[in-house]
Design a protein around this ligand. Structure first.
Ligand SMILES: CC[C@H](C(=O)O)C(=O)SCCNC(=O)CCNC(=O)[C@H](O)C(C)(C)COP(=O)(O)OP(=O)(O)OC[C@H]1O[C@@H](n2cnc3c(N)ncnc32)[C@H](O)[C@@H]1OP(=O)(O)O
Length: 300
């Protein structure tokens, strides 16, 4: 007998969290043909999305289209999905920093491409493609940070909400400009913003297309910290040091930490408890646990 829809959804979400199942949010049942969408997106070329996976388990993902304030071309949207797939396969990964080239974050979609894709079908396909990718990014078993330097506008602002944390540099700005484009967020930015700052503040930021500077972002809980430096290289070093506080330790344990928090955030209580039990079972009596028992560390 077929499972009730809610039970099916619950089991699918649990699998995605536990086994990092790369099941998309959207598929053929939604009229979504990913390969056709990719083909369309690849007509709009320019820029790149680069990933450096470092020995210490920290990945650095760079949005690289500085001539257009790191706006997402079609090929960059496809490359972002490819980088997320790489990160899902990176079993030594513990943390991720996303930043933009040229000391600015990202000014959203490339408006030249947007103009060419302004029909409903192309718009919805791009929206579903990006929601699939950013949901997978959000669920990576790595602790992720958006390093906001310069501007994070439109889809760029939405991308920051798919990270666990945001760090901003002096003078930087997050702005959901969608209203001025006659739009609302489509890459999942509204759903995630409500969960980060609450519905009241989300309404103000979206309804007002408000400029969010580091101070306001701190007050709203949208940003964790304003870094001291606005220099591109120094700020990246400061972001690494900040993230290291939370990724220092055995990779299996750090990845399990992110998974139990994702379960707590996304699942109803009993399903979250069961998922936590399953994840606990992967580290209990594991090498890191047994070594700690041998060492009997003093918790200073
Ligand atoms: C769901 C997401 C949503 C969608 O897909 O519909 C979007 O994200 S729509 C895009 C929303 N973003 C914007 O509207 C931002 C547009 N850009 C700006 O407001 C400014 O460029 C700003 C404030 C980010 C930076 O201003 P600044 O004066 O510092 O630089 P310029 O404006 O001179 O920009 C330099 C250069 O980059 C080009 N540029 C900037 N943003 C985009 C973009 N999103 N698409 C295409 N091109 C962009 C800008 O035109 C300049 O090019 P140039 O050839 O030198 O004129």
């Amino acid at each position: 007998m077929a499972l009730p829809l809610w039970k099916n959804l619950l089991q699918t979400t649990k699998k995605r969290i536990l086994q990092q199942r790369w099941l998309s949010l959207y598929n053929g049942a939604h009229g979504y043909e990913e390969e056709l969408v990719k083909k369309k997106l690849q007509q709009f070329s320019g820029g790149s999305v680069n990933l450096s996976k470092e020995d210490n388990g920290i990945g650095i993902l760079t949005l690289n289209n500085p001539k257009l304030m790191n706006a997402f071309t079609g090929t960059m949207i496809v490359e972002l999905q490819e980088r997320v797939t790489e990160l899902e396969n990176w079993k030594d990964g513990k943390g991720l920093i996303i930043h933009g080239a040229g000391n600015t974050f990202c000014s959203g979609s490339d408006l030249n491409a947007v103009k060419e894709m302004s029909n409903s079908q192309d718009g919805m396909n791009m929206c579903m493609f990006m929601q699939n990718t950013l949901t997978r990014l959000m669920r990576l078993p790595l602790i992720s940070v958006a390093l906001v330097q310069g501007k994070a506008f439109g889809g760029g602002a939405e991308l920051t909400t798919a990270c666990d944390f945001r760090l901003m540099t002096p003078g930087s700005e997050i702005r959901f400009v969608h209203k001025h484009m006659g739009l609302v967020p489509g890459w999942g930015g509204a759903a995630r913003l409500v969960r980060i700052v609450g519905s009241g503040a989300a309404l103000q930021l979206l309804g007002g297309a408000a400029r969010v500077d580091p101070e306001r972002a701190l007050r709203l809980g949208l940003s964790e910290e304003t870094l001291p430096s606005s220099d591109e290289t120094t700020a990246l070093g400061e972001a690494r040091a900040w993230l290291n506080q939370y990724t220092e330790g055995p990779t299996t344990v750090i990845r399990a930490v992110k998974k139990v928090v994702t379960a707590g955030r996304e699942l109803p209580l009993e399903a979250a408890l069961r998922t936590e039990k399953d994840i606990f079972g992967t580290v209990w009596g594991g090498p890191a646990n047994l070594q700690a028992l041998d060492r009997r560390p003093k918790q200073k």
